[in-house]
Every structure is written in C-alpha cells, then in structure tokens.
Design a protein around this ligand. Structure first.
Ligand code: HEC
Ligand code: HEC
Length: 256
C-alpha cells in the first residue's frame, strides 16, 4: 500500500494533531481511562446516551487505539464508500442538514464522533449500522478521518433566513464560542473541537437543540452551560450566523 505521507503535508499535520490531542489531554489530566488500557479492561458501554455518565475528555480505549494509527487518505476514500449513501460522494452532506458535511472536519473530531457513536455515547441510530465495528475497522476510521479532513468543499451549504444575523453574531461573540470553535468557526484539531463554519443550518439547529437537551450525549459541559438559556430563536440566529461563515480554510487565507 502506497503511503501518501510524502505527498500530503496536511496528512502529516493531522497525524501530529492527533498525537497533540492525546498529549494535551494527558497534560490536562483528562485521560483517566488510559492506565486501564494495559490491563485490557473493556470499555464500559453506557446504557443511556451520554447523559450524566459522560465525562468530556475521558478517552475511550478505542479512541486511544485509533489515535495511535496513521491514517491513509487513499484507503480512506475507499472505506468512505459505506458512508456515501448519506454523507454523499463528496462528503458534503445534504443541504437541508439531514446529513452533516464532513469535508474539512478535523480528523480528531471525526474519530471522536464516530467512536462515540460506536460506544453508544452519541445518539445516531441511522448511522450506527454503517459505522459499528462490523462495518468499519479502527484503521478504516483513521483512514476516513484523514480523507474527509483533506477534502475541499465545493457545494453551497444550507443557510438560515438571514434575518437575525446581528443577534447571531452577538450570541457567538458574547457566548465565548470562539474560545473553542475559533473566530472563523475553524475549531481546534488538537482538542477535537469541531469545525462549525459553513456547516448546514438545519444540522446546526438540530445539534444545538440536542446539546441543550442532553440528547446528543457527548457535549462539552462548558458549552452546555453557554447555551442552556438559549431560546429557539437564539439557536436559529446563532446557527444562521455560523452557517454563513465561509469555509475556514478560505477565511484564514483572506484574513491573514
Ligand atoms: C444511514 C445514514 C448514514 C450513514 C450511512 C453514515 N452516516 Fe454519519 N451521520 C448520519 C447522521 C444522520 C448524522 C447526524 C446525526 C445527528 O443528527 O446528530 C451523522 C453524523 C456523522 C458525523 C458527525 C459529524 C459532526 O460534525 O459531528 C460523523 C463524523 C459521521 N457521521 C461519519 C460517518 C462515517 C465515517 C460513515 C461511514 C463509515 C457514516 N458517517 C455513515 C448518517 C449516516
Ligand atoms: C469549551 C469548549 C466549547 C465551547 C465554549 C463551545 N463549544 Fe460547541 N462544541 C464543543 C465540542 C467539544 C463539541 C463536540 C461535542 C463533543 O464531542 O463533545 C461542540 C459541538 C458544537 C456544535 C455541533 C457541531 C457538530 O459538528 O456536530 C455546535 C453547533 C456548537 N458546538 C456550537 C457552539 C456555540 C454556538 C457555542 C457558544 C455559545 C459553543 N459551541 C461553545 C466545544 C465547545
């Protein structure tokens, strides 16, 4: 199998950011399960989706396993076949937000989300049969993660009505969202904070509601706190604002 490491700078970078994610979590004392790894203890499968048992940053054994692997973009393209039915061949999802766009998402985020769906922490019954351990191996998750991260977005994304953008901006800036998701909605690979810029509006609204109500299962507690008092109008306004942020890679280029 041909390694594309030499050809693709971002590939190296993403492998590094996974390592950085792990070391950052170690430094912050967030890795609590790791010492049990040697004892080969199986991951506890929570019966409820996340909920009160979810501790952000407590890595699952499978997350540590996948983070240690080196992803291969070419193999990831092949492994992504099983994901195309919903996320589409270009990985840009559906305009109405039924399926999120994955293009340009940090590999660390893709790994975190897929493994947490596999562990039953993040609710996603539609996707589960296609992403469980019968469908994809840990190596394929690593491959898919670097593949989708490398993709540029070519299609329009779904946006809101455009009528409450000032309110959306005020909520984003005032809610400290940028401390994790960045000024351009670019997220932070080393901490597995997702890219949210140019995501489909419908998906953003749904996730914010899931996060607020605890349905999603895996959400940073600081974020839950930041949005707990949001009304439906607030969620729509901030989602509309985020959906109109350009692809973060373009934003960083033009504003540098
Ligand atoms: C049957 C449809 C379906 C298939 C097939 C599918 N997904 Fe998904 N996926 C979804 C849905 C629906 C969501 C959003 C769930 C929600 O609303 O919270 C999602 C969400 C995700 C997310 C989270 C995105 C984010 O921003 O947090 C990732 C990552 C992902 N899918 C990866 C994959 C991969 C990798 C595959 C193939 C192995 C795959 N999906 C196959 C339906 C699917
Ligand atoms: C402390 C860091 C942090 C802060 C502050 C934060 N978030 Fe998040 N956000 C996250 C993480 C981490 C996730 C992914 C959930 C997970 O894996 O636990 C996420 C997920 C999301 C998602 C879903 C993205 C996806 O791809 O599924 C949206 C939308 C979102 N955040 C919006 C916001 C908004 C709006 C604010 C400000 C009010 C905010 N966040 C503040 C860390 C943060």
């Amino acid at each position: 199998m041909k390694s594309i490491q030499a050809q693709a700078g971002f590939f190296k970078r993403s492998a590094m950011s996974l390592r950085a994610a792990l070391s950052a979590m170690y430094m912050l004392g967030l890795i609590i399960v790791a010492p049990h790894l040697d004892a080969a203890e199986p991951a506890a499968k929570p019966q409820v989706f996340g909920g009160k048992t979810y501790e952000w940053g407590k890595l699952l054994p499978e997350q540590i396993e996948v983070c240690k692997l080196t992803g291969n973009i070419e193999n990831g393209k092949e492994a992504f076949r099983g994901c195309r039915g919903c996320h589409k061949a270009d990985a840009a999802g559906l305009l109405d937000g039924t399926y999120p766009r994955l293009t340009g998402q940090h590999a660390s985020v893709v790994i975190k989300q897929v493994t947490e769906v596999r562990a039953g922490i993040r609710v996603n019954p539609k996707m589960e049969p296609f992403s469980n351990d019968h469908a994809v191996t840990p190596q394929e998750i690593a491959d898919i993660a670097v593949y989708v991260e490398s993709l540029q977005t070519t299609r329009e994304n779904g946006k809101g009505s455009g009528q409450a953008l000032a309110r959306g901006k005020a909520l984003y800036d005032g809610g400290n969202c940028a401390s994790c998701h960045g000024q351009f909605g670019e997220g932070k690979a080393s901490m597995a904070y997702p890219v949210i810029a140019a995501q489909h509006y419908g998906y953003l609204v749904r996730e914010m509601e899931y996060i607020q109500k605890g349905i999603r299962g895996n959400s940073h507690p600081k974020m839950v706190k930041a949005i707990e008092k949001y009304t439906r109008e607030d969620i729509e306004a901030v989602s509309d604002y985020i959906s109109r942020m350009p692809d973060y890679r373009l934003a960083a280029q033009t504003k540098k």
